[in-house]
Design a protein around this ligand. Structure first.
Ligand code: ZN
Length: 183
């Protein structure tokens, strides 16, 4: 495993549509090494998720720290060739940050209940539902696979700030109205 350089906004690789991984290649050394590098890089930079394009690999691979199950220990979730189905039109608003957009935090509203189909790191098909912040994190990471950044999803750039100022001035309002809202 190796620590990899993170591509930041402005790098065209973040705007490409990533290629799916052929399922029979998931077990290959190349993809397993990629997954290992992504995990190492995510932890090094204190991320809670990372998509392969963020380390200059235009492939549909996402790694996430999964700590959303109450009473269960956190573990790593790997999503390969993920597909998202929206189970509601209702959205929730959360503060998002991104290792590819360092130093900034902004509010994004996203559908708050989704179903995810993907392959895991062993090449097995998986399917599960996610709600709330977990649904947001998955959508954020999967957006990287279609060349989108969270800034593209923001409706109001006044809700974007440098992270320290976001914490001082903007976070309160988001916390005060953790608004599930009709959209
Ligand atoms: Zn990101």
């Amino acid at each position: 495993m190796a620590l990899r350089k993170v591509a930041v906004m402005g790098n065209p690789i973040l705007r490409e549509v990533a290629a799916p991984v052929p399922v029979k290649e998931i077990a290959s050394e190349r993809i397993q090494t990629l997954i290992g590098d992504m995990v190492e890089t995510m932890f090094e930079y204190d991320g809670r998720g990372l998509a392969a394009p963020q380390i200059h690999e235009s492939l549909q691979v996402v790694v996430m720290l999964w700590d959303f199950d109450a009473g269960k220990e956190a573990y790593l979730k790997v999503l390969i060739n993920p597909e998202i189905e929206f189970l509601t039109q209702k959205t929730s608003t959360y503060a998002e940050g991104c290792l590819s957009v360092p130093g900034l935090t902004g509010d994004v509203s996203r559908p708050n209940h989704i179903r995810v189909k993907a392959y895991n790191e062993k090449g097995e098909k998986t399917e599960f539902e996610a709600q709330g912040f977990a649904a947001t994190v998955i959508q954020h990471e999967c957006d990287h696979l279609i060349g989108k950044l969270y800034l593209d999803r923001m409706k109001d750039l006044k809700r974007l700030g440098f992270s320290k100022e976001y914490g001082r001035f903007l976070a309160q309002e988001t916390t005060r109205n953790p608004r599930p809202e009709g959209d």
